[in-house]
Design a protein around this ligand. Sequence first.
Ligand code: PEP
Ligand code: MN
Length: 335
Amino acid sequence: MLIVMDKDATPAQIEAVAAKVVALGFEAQPIPGGERVAIAILRNPGPVDPAVFVDMAGVIQAIPVSRPYKLVSREIKREDTIIKLPGLEVGRGRFVVMAGPCAVESETQALTIAERVKAAGAKVFRGGAYKPRTSPYSYQGLGKKGLAILRKVREETGLLIVTEAMDQDSLKLVAESADIIQLGARNMQNFSLLRCAGRTGKPILLKRGMYATLEEWLMAAEYIMSEGDPQVILCERGVRAIGEHARNLLDLATIPAVRRESHLPIVVDPSHAAGRRDLVQPLARAAVAAGCDGLLIEVHHEPEKALSDGAQSLYPEQFEALMQDLAGLRPGGWY
Ligand code: PEP
Ligand code: MN
């Protein structure tokens, strides 16, 4: 349930409503935004009687929430969420491109690619220091050393950093180094990790699990938000599909569907959906045309030597051409 307060409600009236929620044994979470305060009731096992609240001073409405996700839902918050990063905002038409290699391999590799993607218009550098690989014998990432390289990239280029945390140990380290913490497709339903990520207070890029329904994905975001972190960016990266022509099936319908259901920004990763670089440009075009808030794209200056996901990584020249191409689809240009 959402308790909507009058725009002239006093702090004491708001406090009284929150106290009442707590007295009933539930959690009260204030919802930011708009000109009036709203309070979401969380952790109630069943429906809450609106009559308890509607007569309280300063309350104008008690709205039942029909969706299983609450803080994520548009029922609770109508305006689009804007994620505020140093010098950059994501969401509500503020379009951002995050680009870089799948994995950080060396300082030279990361800086070389970072300079190229920056020159082409990317604002955030991506690159994994901790890599979730299908095979335990594949390259696992540089770990702490990779994070130090990412900090250097930020220092030298001014690009913000998004990088993946794979477990609770790496989460702590990633939270200290990254501007945005990526939670990968394979961890989308790692509920204890989601909770811990929600306590870092950092923006979280939550990838869709490769078998996840929209509802499961939004519930995963709810886990993060229920720990008090409102800064979640959803990332569609394709789901398992039949056929060998692409690595995954890019589900473009999630863009309008997420917009309908949630106020959170949605970005698209065409690289992991494609699995091969010749498909990245058309998928990126389609995602932009469908109205996503940004893209996450893998780029490598020597993809044939890449230690991870080389086949889907664009050459820097291809990335430059893609950025120019996409600008035509966004008359307002890039953020
Ligand atoms: C990645 O971004 O390199 C990655 C591993 O992505 P996903 O979790 O979507 O497979
Ligand atoms: Mn990758």
